[in-house]
Design a binder for this molecule. Sequence first.
Ligand code: PLP
Length: 373
Amino acid sequence: MHDQKSKLLFTPGPLSTSQSVKQAMLRDVGSRDAEFLVMVREIRRELLQVGAVQEPDYTTVLLQGSGTFAVEATLGTVVPRDGRLLVAVNGAYGQRMVEIAARLGIPHLAVEFPENEPVSLARLASHLDQSPRFTHLACVHCETTTGLLNPIEDIGELCSRYGVGFLVDAMSSFGGIPFQVAEVKADFLISSANKCIEGVPGFGFVLARRQALERCEGLARSLSLDLFAQWRGFETDGQFRFTPPTHSLLAFRQALRELAEEGGVPARYARYRANQELLRQEMRALGFETYVRDCHQSPMITCFLYPQGVTFDFTKFYSLLSERGFLIYPGKLSRANTFRIGTIGRISQADIRALLSAIREILPALAKPDTGT
Ligand SMILES: Cc1ncc(COP(=O)(O)O)c(C=O)c1O
């Protein structure tokens, strides 16, 4: 059930959340109180379960802020000053990691790939062959820019072969696509509260291979974004070092319960997939083509090209849908005119059908034949 004032969010986050997740926030908790510390411990443990890994080999670090804060904390803590980072880029979030590395003065190389193709293992391998100085490789799992999935299992295998640490931005896939963090061979896997676990914004988290994290003491380039110190804090007294997002954590604990009730990650994946397939099929019937080929498409978000041969007014499209209670997302590509529709969050098949009917209703007034004038 959605409350009456909320619009349905067909976006990559923040997302539509359940009423019970929102309700879980309707109380206050003390950040040093035993009840809160138990909750933090539970959340950290359950996140390992979602990633199908266990203590003591793996551990979890929660970090205040949005997902980017957790990415920045990871890059800034993990790559030593004499290390070197290889970043695979096929979208805006890969590019953001490059920007972070540049800003923090982390020696790095960006390897760019077309935005509608997964990153190529052969090209990554050739860079690793050319320079033995790379200590880490970072890539995005689901590139939310397009909805494309990168082959993280194969990239993890490559990293392990070359002995480089593997950093995965699994922001929009963790909890929504079944995979085992250990099988992916990720040393650090990053996500946030308001993606596939279906919590509200407020913090990011990192699932870390404990031995890899233990090597990071004193390496961070920032005080508040020090992943190692944050972890040490949790391990010593169970507390966040600085003011925690208490309400967001209450919502997240409820969201984790609802993930388990739904049947865990496989069931959530099945729902997201069914929603995305329905959307893709019906949008194609309306004349919208997808930017990413089906074989690389994630169930998280779909990037649609503006219809061809007509003048398409996206701003009007957006506002007419918004008036009807549906929020979609603009495109993020420089080379093609696109918009995006997210299928993660508390969204059902009925919600997708409702969005599609609204699109059918408004489309005739929007896509005007292109007269070439
Ligand atoms: C793959 C990926 N990485 C990073 C981010 C950045 O997260 P935030 O906007 O929460 O900082 C996002 C946000 O959608 C994302 O999808």
